[in-house]
Write a protein that binds this ligand. Structure first.
Ligand code: PNS
Length: 158
């Protein structure tokens, strides 16, 4: 059984994340979404809310589980008996940071492979940050986030 981990801040989960997660869940036996406890940027949503939103968004897919982690990603991967880290790539601008993380993670645990999935073109411009910015100024974010997140964002920014 091959288990893949999709790590991230998910502040909040977007339609772009959902696209990657759905496509990856067709390839692996099990997918664990790893919500990082302390993202580098100060999150809008608490860890509990970020996990709750992911759980609601993926609830129809029995192959996917959600867990949170603090500390090293490779340790979280090991804890779940996974062998693969999945990262989405939107544009060349994502590459440098992702390349650095993949090389460091391989140095930390060479049994774990990082695999990259190209974002679908309709989501290539999407990020949690732009979604928050649009929502903050009252713009329409439907279709850019799962419906439950649309509601949570409105509540959070009200
Ligand atoms: O959604 P993000 O913010 O792009 O996700 C970044 C994440 C969570 C994948 C990255 O920050 C991470 O792996 N953090 C855990 C700490 C770690 O393992 N660092 C060493 C590898 S660079």
């Amino acid at each position: 059984m091959i288990v893949a981990v999709v790590p991230g801040s998910f502040d909040p989960i977007t339609a772009g994340h959902m696209d990657i997660i759905k496509r990856v869940s067709n390839l692996y036996d099990k997918v664990i979404i790893g919500v990082v406890v302390n993202p580098s940027k100060k999150p809008l949503f608490s860890l509990e809310d970020r996990v709750k939103m992911v759980k609601e968004a993926i609830r129809d897919n029995k192959k996917i589980e959600v867990d949170s982690f603090n500390g090293l990603l490779v340790e979280f991967v090991k804890k779940h008996g996974a062998r693969v880290i999945i990262r989405g790539l939107r544009a060349v601008s994502d590459f440098e940071h992702e390349f650095q993380m993949a090389q460091l993670n391989r140095r930390l645990n060479s049994d774990v492979e990082t695999m990259f999935v190209m974002a679908s073109p309709e989501y290539a411009y999407l990020s949690s940050s732009v979604v928050k910015e649009i929502a903050q100024y009252g713009g329409n974010i439907s279709g850019l986030v799962p419906p439950n997140v649309d509601e949570s964002l409105r509540d959070a920014l009200a």
